[in-house]
Design a protein around this ligand. Structure first.
Ligand code: CA
Ligand code: CA
Length: 337
């Protein structure tokens, strides 16, 4: 027997011819290798993108090996047998020759609100809400161009417009009143929240303005006082306050016991004389322990009696002197003609 050598085929007597392992699928090459037939055998070479001896070929990670050709602003992604270079977000191109800034505004690829201005930047873009709108540019809400509902009914001055998100708190004209119903409304993209819910002023019990004889109340408010408000009582100069000086309006609209002004001890009917001779001390009524001093008018001179008079305590209080001093016309000798 004459068997053909390994790599040859035939009867061994007439002929032995070379076997093409590549076409007969008897090669030992890796699936990712190129098979080349040779006389008596064959060779295997890994395909581009693979590394190995041809019999075993493994993918080359070009990204890890930094042998890729990805351009600036692209990112390398390894694939089996190759790699890809998608441009980074915000850039456009083939990834190999170039990646250039994507003008999102011109290419209509922006996410700006329809009421916003798109501005392109290198690698990105930003959005700015148009005048009259508020938001981050991706969402823009419109301001309110009408005043809050019912605000005018409460006698409140309103602004020409309100920025979106503005909350308007209803306020009653008087402190004693609080808002019932809807306490506030918020501008939300042109419209006000709860536009049909009516706010109203709830009256709280108020204390009526008190009066005090021979004295005053401060601050005085003829409309009355709210719960918790304080007032002060002050008596006239010939009176003293009997009771509490400060009072607050109690819950339910009542004052605590009101004070009264009681007269202080005083002397009445100051003894006086002709007013062309004297400067008459002010008033005729004076408190106990006060002293009045008589003074002559020009060209008059005090000639008799004390120049002072004291109001002494007693029942009733009395003047030390029951009569006024006398005065005479007196001309200075140096001025005599
Ligand atoms: Ca690869
Ligand atoms: Ca851009």
């Amino acid at each position: 027997m004459c068997p053909c050598d390994f790599g040859f085929t035939g009867d061994g007597l007439a002929s032995c011819t070379d076997v093409n392992e590549c076409t007969s699928m008897t090669d030992m090459c890796d699936l990712n290798a190129l098979c080349t037939n040779t006389f008596s055998s064959h060779t295997c070479a890994c395909n581009p993108g693979y590394a190995g001896d041809g019999f075993t070929c493994a993918d080359i990670d070009e990204c890890f090996a930094s042998t890729h050709g990805c351009t600036l602003y692209s990112t390398c992604h390894n694939t089996i047998g190759s790699y890809i270079c998608p441009c980074d977000f915000g850039f456009t191109g083939d990834g190999l020759a170039s990646c250039t800034d994507l003008d999102e505004c011109v290419s209509m690829m922006d996410s700006c609100d329809s009421n916003a201005l798109c501005t392109n930047t290198f690698g990105s873009y930003f959005c700015t809400c148009n005048p009259g709108f508020v938001g981050n540019g991706f969402t823009c809400a419109a301001d309110c161009m009408t005043p809050p509902p019912f605000a005018i009914d409460l006698g409140v001055t309103v602004a020409p417009f309100y920025t979106h998100g503005t909350t308007y708190v209803y306020v009653c004209p008087r402190l004693c009143q609080t808002i019932g119903g809807v306490p506030s409304t918020t501008c939300s993209d042109v419209v006000w929240s709860q536009p049909n819910s009516i706010p109203f002023c709830q009256l709280f019990p108020e204390c009526l303005a008190p009066t005090i004889q021979f004295g005053i109340v401060t601050p005085f408010d003829e409309e009355g006082y709210c719960e918790g408000e304080y007032i002060e009582f002050t008596c006239g100069s010939f009176y003293y306050l009997d009771g509490q000086r400060f009072l607050s309006c109690q819950a339910g609209g009542a004052w605590q016991t009101l004070p009264v002004c009681k007269p202080r001890p005083a002397c009445d009917d100051l003894p006086t004389i002709l007013s062309n001779e004297f400067n008459v001390p002010c008033g005729t009524r004076h408190l106990v322990d006060t002293r009045v001093t008589y003074k002559c008018n020009p060209q008059y001179k005090l000639i008799d009696g004390p120049s002072t008079n004291d109001c002494l305590d007693g029942t009733p209080p009395m003047w030390t002197s029951s009569v006024a001093p006398l005065a005479h016309l007196w001309v200075n000798p140096q001025t005599r003609t």
